[in-house]
Design a protein. Structure first.
Length: 306
């Protein structure tokens, strides 16, 4: 047996040990919010999970082209190698500071080139910085954001239907809300995920939006929306289910700002990070992952929570 063959068998055995230990950790009832370390030398490629319907990630407030964005992108690449996914929900402020499409290579194509080469699809919405140049029209038409010229739109992946919103102050709110209610009412998807740039519930610099709470909370409850994803606040925050909907802020895609806690907060952190979602027939498992490739929060969203 040559040296390379021995090294392969030794590393394979380490991978099997690491995977078994991780499986025990995740099955243990005390895993929630555990700080679980993912090591490139200890974890082999994860086998397919039984009943897994879809895996996707979300991130926001990314478009700086600076060190923080590359650090989060690196963690997204690492997670992709261990847990393949082909969808990223990009929740706004895609190009700082003023949405200039001329910066697209520096703030999107280069930082995420590893994922883009693997065929990962980014589904974007517009943030407040994105509309500063031409009201975001160039981004709507940019093929890499997959918005197809639309400020709000819906798409489906199997049993999961996604609804992208324009939450900016100059949005066409009358028509958009009418469209959203119509699309929600006609959807037969088991899982409904809405995303936009601005928060509804938040414990950060901007805080919750009382007007959005009045508009969206009853609408989401009426039509069984289980998840709302946003950015704008530069932190991570996961709420408990509020009238059946869990609100997730994943705005630490390039920089961070302080965050506190509210009575409905399950977990919050000022950390560069993204969130990963594993969708099963009866639940979504959410993991918040930092730039050191560690899961620092883990929660479960039940199908019938809505």
């Amino acid at each position: 047996m040559n040296l390379k063959r021995r090294q392969f068998l030794f590393l394979s055995s380490l991978g099997a040990i690491g995977t078994g230990f991780l499986g025990w950790m995740l099955s243990n009832k005390n895993y929630q919010n555990a700080d679980i370390s993912y090591s490139a030398t200890a974890i082999a490629a994860n086998p397919p999970k039984k009943d897994l319907l879809l895996r996707f990630v979300s991130v926001a407030d990314t478009g700086t082209g600076a060190k923080g964005q590359y650090a989060v992108a690196g963690a997204m690449n690492f997670y992709h190698k261990e847990n393949p996914y082909d969808l990223v929900v990009l929740a706004g402020d895609n190009i700082y500071n003023n949405g200039e499409i001329e910066k697209i290579s520096a703030v999107f194509e280069r930082p995420y080139q590893g994922l883009l080469k693997q065929g990962v699809k980014f589904q974007a919405c517009l943030g407040n910085h994105d509309i500063r140049t031409g009201n975001g029209e160039a981004q709507l038409k940019y093929v890499g954001f997959n918005m197809n010229g639309r400020r709000y739109y819906t798409f489906r992946r199997g049993t999961v239907q996604f609804f992208a919103l324009d939450t900016n102050s100059n949005a066409d709110w009358k028509n958009q809300l009418s469209w959203l209610e119509k699309e929600l009412s006609r959807s037969n998807a088991a899982w409904k995920v809405v995303f936009g740039h601005h928060p509804i519930y938040a414990s950060g610099v901007y805080g919750s939006n009382p007007e959005f709470i009045k508009i969206f909370t009853p609408l989401f409850q009426k039509y069984g929306v289980q998840v709302y994803i946003n950015g704008h606040e530069h932190h991570y925050e996961r709420t408990r289910a509020i009238n059946g909907t869990t609100y997730l802020i994943t705005g630490g895609g390039a920089g961070t700002r302080p965050v506190g806690r509210s009575e409905w907060t399950e977990y919050s952190a000022e950390r560069l990070s993204f969130a990963a979602y594993e969708v099963y027939p009866d639940r979504i498992e959410v993991s918040a992952i930092a730039t050191n490739n560690r899961v620092f929060d883990k929660g479960i969203i039940q199908l019938k929570s809505a």
